[in-house]
Design a protein around this ligand. Structure first.
Ligand code: DLZ
Length: 167
């Protein structure tokens, strides 16, 4: 099965992000990759109208800490959505599985606990090359995809809130 280019999307399908505010949590592990994910996410948010001062970035030591970094944003700030960016590369031990499962479960729980879009921007790859391919390489940038997802989810939530207020 061909892998989709992560940066390919219909520009017109993305709402205007002018009034939206985002928190981004970036893992320092594999920073060559995660830094590229972060740059892609920021660039994409700005491309869709998000203001510079409406994008707040914080770093955490590794992907396992992404969940708590996301929780800090949810608890202490007024962001409309949180983007979690990390990269876990398969090694010889089962650490990979534990981290990936932990972050997937953690991100899911944050979405529900805070009724807030928390976007799972975690690359989980077999090797470094697969990660590079998805961090601005031949398969696009997962940071772009995460940013577009975040804008769409904020817009969806705002629509629901608007509808519920006029009923
Ligand atoms: C320990 C560890 C390992 C082996 N591999 C990765 C990785 O590929 N990607 C990543 O983001 N973090 C890794 N870590 C660090 C853990 O995410 C975490 O920071 C430590 O286990 C401390 O909680």
């Amino acid at each position: 099965m061909a892998t989709k280019n992560l940066s390919a999307y219909d520009l017109n399908s993305v709402p205007d992000g002018k009034e939206m505010k985002f928190g981004i949590v970036v893992s320092e592990w594999n920073y060559e990759i995660t830094g590229a994910l972060m740059r892609g996410a920021i660039e994409t948010l700005k491309k869709h109208g998000v203001q510079d001062d409406a994008i707040v970035v914080n770093h955490v030591p590794g992907s396992f800490e992404l969940t708590l970094g996301g929780q800090f944003f949810a608890e202490y700030t007024d962001v409309d959505a949180i983007i979690l960016l990390g990269c876990v590369i398969q090694g010889e031990t089962r650490h990979f599985d534990f981290i990936c499962q932990g972050v997937a479960k953690g991100a899911t729980d944050l979405n529900i606990k805070y009724n807030l879009p928390v976007i799972f921007g975690l690359l989980t790859t077999d090797n470094q090359q697969q990660a590079l391919d998805r961090a601005g390489g031949k398969l696009g940038n997962k940071g772009d995809e995460a940013a577009v997802t975040a804008i769409k989810m904020v817009s969806l939530q705002k629509n629901f809130e608007y509808e519920s207020n006029i009923e």
